[in-house]
Design a binder for this molecule. Structure first.
Ligand code: KIV
Length: 274
């Protein structure tokens, strides 16, 4: 039976599929999305994992950091994304203070992400959040952990600074990685660490590692949609690669529209009813 003429359906990405990819050495592509059209584009492009990241506070809301983002806002965006996605695994990012207060709060808020259409949640922290990761795993709420540079710890870190530099910091990173894996996390984001440190952790763990600013040796990569598309230019971290320049293109298009309105070129007869 040849494959020719047969329709190939994309299978929805599941957590077991991510494990399979790690075992097979197939890299995982993860991207953030915050609303229907962008989630649809990511999904149609075949992205494996779509994260409704609390980075929306910075790239959508114009805040300086992610700390003010609320559960209500995250659920609002998660619903839009979930409505658009047919294949990717959708993960809701738990905002600051939605899980730090107690395990009960963490379970209740994580559960709301699943009710909003996500299949898993992501939360920041290593050994310190293992009790919650265990409780969520027992409640069948899959958890992606996030270690290294954790943006919700900006004040403790003294800014968005590369973590995992030096022997002691690498040991701490490794201990956090092992701890979240043992607690039941199905994957872990490693952010803002030297590539050698991320490589060591990736070799050590049986769960997939997803890097951002962590070099090429992780099992997958994640970027913020607005960075990848060139829609956010307040600051551009070193680890970002721009694959398009949507902001410049959009400003050009809107300027053209404005000029055509002013000159009377738009709307023409073609765009008019008769
Ligand atoms: O909030 C976010 O978008 C993230 C990713 C960059 C990992 O945490």
């Amino acid at each position: 039976m040849g494959g020719e003429g047969r329709i190939r359906y994309m299978m929805p990405v599941t957590i077991p599929e991510l494990y399979r990819k790690k075992a097979a050495g197939e890299r995982i592509a993860m991207l953030t999305a915050y609303d229907f059209p962008f989630a649809q584009m990511a999904d149609e492009a075949g992205i494996d994992v779509i994260l409704v990241g609390d980075s929306l506070g910075v790239v959508v809301q114009g805040l300086d950091n992610t700390l003010p983002v609320s559960m209500e806002e995250m659920l609002y965006h998660t619903r839009m994304v979930a409505r658009a996605v047919k294949n990717a695994l959708v993960i809701g990012d738990m905002p600051f203070l939605s899980y730090q207060t107690s395990v009960r709060d963490g379970i209740m808020n994580a559960g709301l992400f699943l009710k909003a259409g996500a299949s898993a949640v992501k939360l920041e922290g290593g050994s310190s959040v293992c009790g919650l990761i265990e409780a969520l795993s027992r409640s069948d709420i899959p958890v992606m952990a996030h270690i290294g540079l954790t943006p919700q710890s900006i004040h403790r870190m003294g800014g968005f600074k590369v973590q995992g530099k030096g022997d002691a910091a690498v040991e701490k990173l490794m201990a956090d990685a092992r701890a979240v894996q043992d607690a039941g996390a199905f994957a872990v984001v490693i952010e803002g660490v030297p590539r050698q440190a991320a490589k060591l952790v990736t070799a050590e763990l049986s769960i997939p590692t997803i890097g951002i600013g962590a070099g090429p040796d992780c099992d997958g990569q994640v970027l913020v949609m607005h960075d990848l598309l060139g829609m956010f230019d307040r600051f551009v971290p070193k680890f970002v690669k721009r694959y398009a320049n949507i902001k410049a293109d959009a400003v050009k298009a809107i300027t053209k529209y404005k000029k055509e309105v002013q000159s009377g070129k738009f709307p023409s007869d073609k765009e008019s009813f008769h």
